[in-house]
Design a protein around this ligand. Structure first.
Ligand code: BGP
Length: 474
């Protein structure tokens, strides 16, 4: 397979694995007492229509039926040698309305069983408390994260999970890609109004409530077990200036700060001054209490991020040709190729991002998403065996892992790497099955048809060899 041999290897205790989100894989949308979640109300993707109540039929309703088939899937992850699986918990399975008095035991039971199954294979779990969803009731009745009340419901939810799983799970994340709230307020914060009708004050108030809730959850987790490792999670593409013109440099710095602001608060426990200035200059009046400031001092143990692409910035309106991204788009970089969905591919950007984050915070890092969304074809080989030849995915991942290795050599403290969607799942941005990331193919299609059978792709064997050789055989 043309394995590239590196002189060195990744650390022995490096946490190799994959990452999933409840609403994109589980299905069982209303089973065992689960309530509607905001993810169900976005049946056609992040920028599709918000549908309340959700329609009768949509892809995520069944998704890949991980809820019933997780044993088969965990077995396949174990076969690849996973050390860790990042999952998220569906808040609406635990508190169907979000403001219920007692948690739903049936919902918890599913995660008890899933975590036990992982433990059977010595696979660690990493839990994301909120991966782009919250109980829909909290959005419709309270206005989502714009409302301060949500903090206490989230604290209660977090406490239930930390209490129950602290002994089983060491790595925790609070909000998935928390910085994307600025670009997709319903997806990230359950704010139903149209983005153009949401004032900057309301948006940043919601952001602030999430930041406080994140710090508060960190405090709760550490109180229950000080040895837990609790991190934040940001969508982490670095911003390059389109030209060396000082205006472009400044533009790139400001745009980068839309990401770093979130990590700064999580890592340093307070708002950075550039944000205070931004609020003042834009008449943004966010209510930040003294108690909030104290809560924010509960900083994270590590910083995690997703990496799919780098971005470009220019101050020149005329040069502003946009490249698509999953949630955020930016100026097109003329030096980069792009995926079938227009996401610009930049392996070196990953090394760059790792160094930026490590230089800035000197905290351990974790790459919790990376991968290529592509159209895969299941076909029969000459022996009648069903195969998917996804060499393009192997190439993408190899180039990125080579850069991860470079960053390790640079001295970056990196805990692990969980590739996105190790098994095909419903995409978040476009809610399609056609856009696949997996090492495992799932027979399920955009129109909802398919047997849901699982098949190992070529990349399955490649990733297995990578993990087995501690990253030596790329
Ligand atoms: C990130 C999300 C994931 C995931 C991934 C790939 O933004 O955290 O939930 O879906 O992007 O995006 P997509 O599924 O839209 O291709």
């Amino acid at each position: 397979m043309g394995h590239l041999m590196l002189n060195q290897q990744f650390p022995k205790n490096f946490l190799w694995g994959g990452a999933l989100a409840a609403n994109q894989c589980e299905g069982a949308a209303l089973e065992d007492g689960k309530g509607w979640s905001t993810a169900d109300a976005l049946p056609y993707g992040v920028f599709g229509e918000i549908m309340i109540p959700p329609p009768n039929d949509y892809l995520k309703k069944e998704a890949i039926d991980f809820y019933h088939r997780y044993k088969e899937d965990v077995k396949l992850f174990a076969e690849m040698g996973f050390k860790i699986l990042r999952i998220s918990i569906s808040w609406a399975r635990i508190f169907p309305n979000g403001d219920d008095l007692e948690p739903n035991e049936h919902g918890l039971k599913f995660y008890d069983d899933l975590l036990d199954e992982l433990a059977n294979y010595d696979i660690e779990a990493m839990i994301t408390l909120s991966h782009y969803e919250m109980p829909l009731h909290l959005a419709t009745e309270y206005g989502g994260w714009s409302n301060r009340e949500i903090i206490k419901h989230f604290e209660k939810y977090a406490e239930v999970l930390f209490d129950r799983y602290a002994k089983k799970v060491k790595y925790w994340l609070t909000f998935n890609e928390i910085n994307m709230v600025l670009h997709a307020p319903f997806n990230g914060a359950g704010i139903i109004e149209k983005p153009e009708n949401i004032s900057k004050t309301e948006l940043y108030q919601a952001v602030h409530h999430q930041l406080v809730a994140s710090a508060s959850a960190t405090e709760i987790g550490h109180r229950i077990d000080p040895s837990l490792k609790i991190g934040c999670m940001i969508a982490g593409g670095p911003m390059y200036p389109l030209t060396p013109h000082p205006n472009d440099m400044m533009e790139a710095l400001q745009k980068d700060r839309e990401t770093f602001f979130f990590a700064d608060v999580h890592a340093r426990g307070k708002y950075p001054n550039y944000m205070v200035r931004y609020f003042l200059e834009n008449d943004i009046a966010v209510e930040i209490t003294e108690e909030d400031k104290t809560t924010l001092k509960n900083t994270v143990d590590f910083i995690s991020f997703s990496y799919y692409m780098s971005y470009c910035a220019t101050a020149d309106e005329e040069l502003n040709i946009q490249a698509r991204g999953n949630i955020m788009s930016a100026v097109k970089n003329p030096y980069l190729d792009e995926s079938e969905w227009g996401w610009q591919i930049d392996p070196q950007g990953l090394r760059y991002m790792l160094n930026l984050l490590y230089d800035r915070y000197q905290l351990p890092l974790f790459i919790v998403e990376n991968g290529l969304g592509a159209v895969d074809t299941l076909r029969e080989d000459e022996h009648g065996e069903k195969i998917v030849d996804d060499q393009y995915r192997i190439d993408y991942l190899r180039e990125h892992l080579k850069q991860v290795y470079e960053a390790l050599e640079d001295g970056v403290d990196l805990l692990g790497y969980t590739s996105w969607g190790p098994i095909d799942i419903v995409s978040n941005s476009v809610c399609e099955m056609k856009k696949r990331y997996g090492f495992i193919y799932v027979d399920k299609h955009n129109d909802g048809s398919g047997t849901l059978d699982r098949y190992k792709k070529k990349s399955f064997y490649w990733y297995k060899a990578v993990i087995e050789s501690d990253g030596k055989k790329l």
